[in-house]
Design a protein around this ligand. Sequence first.
Ligand code: F0G
Length: 460
Amino acid sequence: MRLSSFPVEPFKIKMVESIGRTTRAERDKCLRTAGFNVFGLPAEKVFIDLLTDSGTSAMSDRQWAGIMTGDESYAGARSFYRFEKVVRDIFGFAYVIPTHQGRAAERVLFETVLGKNSIVPSNIHFDTTRANIEVRKAKAVDLAAAEAYDPDAILPFKGDMDTSKLEAFLERNGARVPVVMLTVTNNSGGGQPVSLANIRRISAICRRHNVPFFFDACRFAENAWFIKGREKGYERWSVRDIARKMFSFADGATMSAKKDALVNMGGFVTLNDPELAARIKNNLIIGEGFPTYGGLAGRDLEAMAQGLQEVLDESYLEYRTRQVAGLGELLDEARVPYFKPAGGHAIYVLADRLLPQIPRNRFPGWALTVALYRESGIRAVEIGGGMFGRKDPKTGREAFPALELVRLAIPRRVYTASHLGFVAESLAAIARKPERVKGLRIVEEAPFLRHFTARFEEID
Ligand code: F0G
């Protein structure tokens, strides 16, 4: 392992949590009990957990201090006003409405704006955003450029929306579009950033068609950092100013604070329209709580307020993005193929290229998650045929998504260079003997979101 691939952590460790090692035999038993589905594993039996970067951040000493000073008043808590001020300073919108997590922010927004025939475009909708739209019988449409789906296209802003598609789309369907969304960074497209030039164009098109424009902002700071490093004219801007600039083009945002607010639970909606804000608050009271706590404790609001400021620290963002890229460099050396360039929060391994002997209908991505756990105790998540494959009810044949990925999502401030070196070595060992990995078949599955609970068996 080359330690030089990795940045020096801009923090020291004040509190530690032990992680237990398990034997290969123990892990094999756990896999069988879980029906070869890593969502079914007890987390205690996982050595390095790269299932998600959501809600898995390590909080700082100052965030923990905020936990102790949170004001738990039902209405008008001091912690709310502090949180509201921080969000207003960074995002620049007038109204700040807390929710218990990102999908709750999506729910209160979409329940308020969607009608039966509504269509909501985005670069690529995240699953919960799509589900929150589709469950209300509206349509979610992805308008990312074609390169967003090409794992080999090395582009600085592969998360961009195709604005000519957006223009044509609004020309035809504008009256049915209550809001245009933009996911930064684009989680479902390899964690790739969106440029300010693209944001500016999307905004102009939306304004011309009189359609509100909202960010799905959960990784906004990572996106702003990429703009600073990659977009001409912003090299000397602070990340805070770039973030402000990004949001200045929009009418609002939904946010899962479990990512770039560096907390384990929380979210919010923030927006400018007073009438819409009032309707969202009424909805919030029914499902989440009074508008000064929205499903959270006062201490959570303190931790979010502090986390939102820490995430804009540029030495943190440099460390964060270089840590992910460093893992990518080690995988390059080991000839483990992945979606290029490295994303802001994750590396997405191209499982069908790594395991060419396993056909798509034997789930190469799923097989890789099983092998990684069995050999090394590492948990990753498949984003391929298991998650997005669809069975034709008549023929029983599976249709597969374009890409067969395994996401290694890196929790924030949690793992060191040696942890990630171990991850790279484990994948390298699989890449040296791919023929040892077996394909799988599904033996049990739910009608929706089957990957969470499906059971598999290995094929010899
Ligand atoms: N939007 C994006 C882009 C996300 O990545 C997520 C969550 C959400 C919204 C929903 O937020 O979980 O707080 O309700 N992504 C996690 C992941 C689950 O693993 O990528 P939430």
